[in-house]
Design a protein around this ligand. Structure first.
Ligand SMILES: [Zn+2]
Length: 563
């Protein structure tokens, strides 16, 4: 299987390639130096943009909360059916598409790797069944560990090494990829109808604070040499004034960072960048956050951009969702996952004329544009929380064009318009920067060495967009940009052409990546541990782990820990 992508304008930031016209050679699913031009299948990419396949660091596409969202919202489905074709299966869904549809829609936009960011460990098997059914993309998922009883107990007792051995065991047992922390301590408190409001509040019954949970798991992450940092949804998310908490969260691991290596990822930062005392006085808290990020190298962020549409919010942050239910009076699901985590789901419509929503829209873009180094902030909508992932082309256009932002801004709530920082921001990203915030930066932050670039040995995941950077002024022609990114001219997955002109040609299964963390002295599975499984969960120890047989296409990544 040889393939030659000829003559495209290549944007490959991890290899420093900025729009040079060149060929990309592919053999057996990998990028290679060269192929036999006579034998290889050729794709003429003249006048087109060639990038590595898109990488999404944070998108809720599988597992119990997503599936419950689907059950909750039949109205989301019948508005948006996906017809069967000779190559693809049928499906439904706008904000919470069915599994197959999710894979097809990502592939149509040139995405080839996506990360499902919140998995209750107890529901790992279900999550993997859905990931198995999500075609076209490679994927991985992050177990929720910030409110897990064993972790809280071990961190409270100060036994970091034992906690690390336990987390290593958990990565294997859940087939997970990174440590996810959501409203640390708040989810456990929510089990008793409470929440935590600062990094130094006590978590009921555990003699531990959110600060100690974040710092403890940051140290565990380093002991285990995990490829990605801790992935943190901050305390007080979605509350006015919470930018202070976001700043404190970043600061609290400052001394744990080694050199210029990131130590923490703050996810969907837009929802954590609010200034003000209440909803009426809400303002953007972007500037203090971006100032901090511009002056420190241990933090990465993703945007959590909102778009004006009907969507479905879902998070493990049960108390946040309860608050949102109170604000909207909409349907609501609350779920407590035994001793591990909580979850909530509420439908939501972001409105242009809502002051709060308009400020939120502005905050997401301000963050992306005011963080000077594109390797520190990545494009997401926290799908489906800020809007469905199918809105990415629209966000790319906003990032590339002040004119596009101005056109959107002038339709918003007028008070929000007058407060927005966007009119004062002239920055417009170019294709190179777009390649960083949509794939290269995300792959780097995730430690995925074969993704997000087109160097020799990389997986042959390639996106080709029908837009000519020499002839198109992306600052002016933002609709052309949007159209090009909506429907990839070609998407190539593992060296196979799977999408052409925005249509899926071929159904291929992606792989599930997970960490096989090797520790020198593994977690002892004692009778006491088994007994506690019996006490803590409805599932016994023997039935708890998701073994490799749960994965249709397993891709373990071996990590050598320092414990
Ligand atoms: Zn999320």
């Amino acid at each position: 299987m040889e393939l030659l992508v000829k003559n495209g304008f290549v944007y490959d930031p991890l290899n420093g390639i900025d729009g040079q016209k060149m060929d990309i050679a592919v053999k057996d699913g990998q990028i290679v130096e060269s192929v036999n031009e006579h034998k290889a299948k050729k794709i003429d990419a003249s006048g087109m943009v060639v990038m590595p396949g898109g990488v999404d660091i944070h998108t809720h596409i599988a597992g119990s909360e997503v599936n419950t969202g689907r059950l909750l919202r039949p109205e989301d489905h019948f508005r948006d059916p996906e017809s069967k074709t000779s190559a693809t299966r049928s499906g439904v869904g706008r904000s919470i598409p069915s599994t197959f549809t999710t894979g097809y829609r990502y592939a149509r936009m040139g995405y080839t790797t996506i990360m499902n960011p919140s998995m209750s460990p107890l529901e790992a098997k279900h999550t993997h069944e859905e990931l198995n059914d999500t075609p076209m993309v490679d994927k991985a998922t992050y177990p929720l560990l910030g409110d897990w009883w064993f972790v809280l107990e071990q961190l409270a007792s100060g036994d970091i090494e034992e906690c690390a051995r336990h987390v290593a065991w958990m990565m294997n047992a859940t087939k997970g990829y990174a440590i996810k922390i959501v409203n640390p301590g708040g989810l456990e408190a929510w089990g008793f109808g409470h929440n935590v409001n600062s990094l130094d509040d006590q978590v009921p019954h555990f003699c531990i604070t959110p600060r100690e949970i974040i710092r403890g798991l940051c140290r565990v992450n380093k002991l285990l040499n995990l490829p990605h940092t801790i992935h943190v949804h901050t305390n007080n998310l979605g509350k006015p004034g919470n930018y202070v908490t976001a700043l404190e969260t970043m600061k609290c691991v400052e001394d744990l960072a080694a050199g210029t290596k990131p130590a923490i990822h703050i996810t969907h930062c837009q929802f954590s960048a609010f200034k003000g005392d209440d909803w009426k006085t809400l303002e953007s808290g972007t500037e203090p956050i971006t100032n901090y990020v511009n002056n420190h190298s241990h933090v990465t962020l993703d945007m959590g951009q909102i778009v004006f549409t009907d969507t479905t919010t879902m998070t493990a942050d049960g108390p946040f969702q309860y608050g949102l239910y109170g604000l909207t009076g909409h349907k609501w699901v609350n779920h407590d996952v035994e001793t591990e985590t909580s979850a909530g789901i509420v439908p939501f419509h972001y409105r242009r004329k809502s002051y709060v929503n308009a400020v939120q829209w502005s905050i997401g873009l301000e963050l992306a544009l005011l963080v000077k180094d594109s390797w520190k902030i990545f494009m997401t909508t926290d799908h489906p929380n800020g809007g469905p992932f199918t809105s990415y082309p629209r966000i790319i256009a906003w990032l590339m064009s002040k004119k596009a932002r101005q056109a959107a801004l002038k339709r918003l709530n007028s008070r929000a318009q007058s407060k927005s920082l966007l009119p004062s921001i002239d920055r417009e990203m170019n294709f190179y920067e777009i390649a960083i915030v949509t794939r290269a930066g995300q792959a780097k932050a995730l430690g995925l060495s074969r993704k997000g670039h087109l160097g020799i040995g990389a997986d042959a995941d390639i996106a080709i967009y029908n837009i000519n950077p020499e002839k198109t002024d992306s600052s002016q022609k933002f609709k052309t940009v949007r159209k090009a990114f909506r429907r990839a001219a070609f998407t190539i997955k593992d060296g196979r052409v799977v999408v052409e002109n925005g249509e899926v040609l071929k159904h291929v299964d992606g792989r599930t990546m997970w960490l096989d963390v090797q520790v020198s002295e593994p977690r002892r599975i004692t009778d006491d541990l088994k007994r506690r499984f019996k006490e803590y969960w409805t599932v016994e120890y023997e039935n708890y782990p998701a073994d490799e047989g749960c994965l249709t296409a397993s891709l373990p990544m071996t990590v050598k820990a320092r414990v």
